[in-house]
Design a binder for this molecule. Structure first.
Ligand SMILES: Nc1ncnc2c1ncn2[C@@H]1O[C@H](COP(=O)(O)OP(=O)(O)OP(=O)(O)O)[C@@H](O)[C@H]1O
Ligand SMILES: [Mg+2]
Length: 266
């Protein structure tokens, strides 16, 4: 069920011009609107890919449909987007929400960590699984994550995947492969990749993924996010299903690329 937005908190940075909203479940969601300047399908990509990543056991920010009512837009002057040089109101309706882990007043969330802090990330190994996911789903942006600091006195961080908007090649729903697709810009995160075993358990899970998992993830999408084009959605799911057979080929291409992202592969 959709979460209802109650209050605008702040505008986020970035190309989709998301807004942080407090919702009726007490949680906060980084919300991308249907009339974002990138493409309406990025909402579908976010929802579909978060559902699939979660099913594979990857650490992904929780995805929800966020309902924004017209009176919230009318009463909140910040709920505006810039498109083609003009400001317009965020549309009321159903939008994509990526749940903020905890509360923005208390939880420390970082977009980046310096290399020397990466050792304090408890689930750094998950970056290998995310790369597998991004190669599969053809994320045409680099991998983006947030680092969530543990509440004191615990030290360290947990990494969460965010921004699946450019998976499936953004609005195109196509799969232009490239060996560098989805690589995180700090290759240090792949320092523990020693061979195929470093892509487990995700590789085995993805190779054996039941088609019902794809169908379930697709069923969570509001049809207006893909113009109710069920033919296009079915073709997309078929392509994703077929691409599961090429995972080892895709990772091998990344491994052998000029960037040499896995220097410790034996
Ligand atoms: N679930 C989340 N919890 C906390 N912060 C988040 C979450 N999702 C996104 N953010 C923050 O919001 C910013 C924008 O999110 P995102 O990258 O998904 O949007 P974008 O418009 O595609 O941005 P860009 O164009 O910079 O890639 C992120 O850099 C991050 O700081
Ligand atoms: Mg982004």
């Amino acid at each position: 069920m959709a979460k209802r937005a109650l209050e605008h908190v702040r505008r986020m940075r970035g190309g989709a011009q998301a807004h942080l909203l407090r919702c009726d479940d007490g949680a906060y969601y980084v919300t991308k609107f249907q009339n974002n300047p990138q493409h309406i399908r990025i909402l579908a990509n976010e929802m579909l890919c978060a559902g699939l990543a979660q099913a594979l056991g990857l650490p992904v920010a929780r995805a929800e449909v966020v309902e924004v009512e017209a009176n919230l837009v009318e009463g909140t002057s910040e709920l505006r987007l810039q498109r083609g040089g003009k400001w317009e109101k965020c549309l009321p309706g159903f939008h994509f929400g990526s749940r903020f882990p905890g509360s923005p007043a208390q939880t420390l969330v970082y977009d980046l960590l310096p290399d020397e802090r990466l050792g304090d990330v408890e689930n750094l190994k998950d970056f290998a699984g995310m790369l597998l996911f991004d190669q599969w789903s053809c994320n045409t942006n680099g991998r983006q994550v947030i680092f969530v600091a543990h509440a004191p006195p615990r030290r360290g961080y947990r990494v969460l995947m965010i921004d699946q908007g450019f998976c499936l090649n953004a609005g195109e729903w196509s799969f232009p492969d490239s060996p560098l697709r989805g690589l995180y810009h700090r290759h240090r995160v792949y320092g523990d990749v020693r061979g195929w075993e470093s892509f487990e358990p995700w590789l085995t899970r993805l190779e054996g993924l039941a088609p019902a998992v794809l169908d379930r993830a697709a069923a969570s999408l509001p049809p207006e996010w893909y113009d109710a084009d069920t033919g296009a959605l079915d073709r997309l799911l078929e392509q994703l299903d077929r691409r599961r057979r090429r995972l080892r080929e895709l990772i091998s291409a990344a491994k052998n690329s000029s960037r040499q992202p896995f220097p410790n592969w034996r």
